[in-house]
Design a protein around this ligand. Structure first.
Ligand code: SF4
Ligand code: SF4
Length: 251
C-alpha cells in the first residue's frame, strides 16, 4: 500500500533533488534554456582554474547522498550532522554564509576540496539532469571576474577524470535510479504541487531522509537486521542500497 507523504513543508525557494534542470543554480547564468548541453566525453575542452574562489559565492550547491557522505567523512561527522549543520534545513543545498560565500570557503580556498560536491568538480562544465542524463554537459557562463582559461587542448573526458568525477557520476546514477523507484511508489511525490511535497519529504526526519541520509538509513536498517554498521564507505553504500531495496519492497 502506498504511504502518505510527510506533511512538514519547507517553503523556502530552494532546489530539491529532481526539480532543477541544472546541477548548479548559477546566479549569473541566466535561464537554463539559454545554455547548450551538447558536449560529449571526447569533445575538445580544457580549463585552467586560477583558484581565486570568486565562483564560490551565491550558489545553491545541491547535495546527493554520495556527496553528503564524502563531505561527512571529510569532516569526520555523520551524514545526519552534515545535513543539520551544513545544509539548508529542509533542503539538500549547502548553506551560504551571510555574505553569500559557501559555508566551506575559508581564507585558503575550499575547505573540503578533496571531497567537494560534483558541481564544484565539474565547473565550468554544468550537467543537465541526473543519472542517465549525466552525459548532457555544457559550458556554464563564467563569473565576470573569473580568471580561468577555457581552451581545447584536452577533452571533456580527461577534464572529468582530472577532477575525480567518476565515483560521483556512478553513485549519482545509482541513487537517481533508486529515487525514481521510490517516487513511483509514492503518489504524493507526483502530486499537483510536487515541489512543496518534495521539500518536506527531503527535510531531516522527512519521508525521503532514509534515502538522502546514508548514516541514518543504514543505522535504522542495522537495528532491524541486528547488524553492525560498516566503517568502509563502499561497504556502507552497499548496505544502504540494500536498505533502500528493502524499503521499496515494503512501500
Ligand atoms: S572564479 Fe574562475 S578562476 Fe576563480 S576559482 Fe572559480 S573557476 Fe577558478
Ligand atoms: S564546496 Fe568548496 S568548491 Fe564548492 S562552492 Fe563550497 S568552497 Fe567552493
Amino acid at each position: 500500500m502506498a504511504r502518505s507523504c510527510d506533511s512538514s513543508i519547507d517553503n523556502r525557494p530552494r532546489l530539491s533533488y529532481d526539480s532543477a534542470p541544472l546541477k548548479t543554480e548559477v546566479d549569473q547564468a541566466g535561464p537554463a534554456t539559454a545554455l547548450v548541453f551538447n558536449l560529449k566525453r571526447d569533445s575538445p575542452f580544457s580549463f585552467k582554474c586560477q583558484v581565486c574562489s570568486v565562483c564560490c559565492s551565491n550558489k545553491a550547491i545541491r547535495l546527493g547522498p554520495y556527496e553528503a557522505l564524502r563531505l561527512a567523512r571529510s569532516l569526520k561527522i555523520s551524514t545526519t550532522k552534515l545535513y543539520r549543520t551544513y545544509a539548508e534545513e529542509g533542503a539538500t543545498v549547502l548553506r551560504n554564509k551571510p555574505d553569500g560565500s559557501c559555508i566551506f570557503l575559508n581564507s585558503r580556498g575550499c575547505g573540503v576540496h578533496p571531497d567537494r560536491p560534483l558541481v564544484c568538480r565539474l565547473f565550468p562544465l554544468g550537467q543537465l539532469g541526473h543519472g542517465q542524463d549525466s552525459d548532457k554537459l555544457g559550458i556554464m557562463p563564467l563569473h565576470p571576474d573569473c580568471l580561468g582559461l577555457v581552451d581545447t587542448d584536452g577533452t571533456v573526458g580527461s577534464y572529468l577524470e582530472s577532477q575525480g568525477a567518476g565515483a560521483y557520476f556512478q553513485y549519482d546514477q545509482v541513487y537517481s535510479a533508486i529515487y525514481k523507484r521510490i517516487r513511483e511508489r509514492l503518489p504524493c511525490l507526483q502530486a499537483a504541487d510536487p515541489e512543496e511535497n518534495r521539500r518536506g519529504a527531503f527535510a531531516p526526519g522527512g519521508l525521503l531522509s532514509p534515502w538522502l541520509d546514508i548514516d541514518a538509513g543504514v543505522a535504522a536498517y542495522g537495528r532491524r537486521q541486528k547488524s553492525e554498521k560498516p566503517e568502509n564507505p563502499d561497504e556502507l553504500i552497499r548496505l544502504h542500497i540494500q536498505a533502500m531495496e528493502d524499503w521499496i519492497a515494503g512501500l
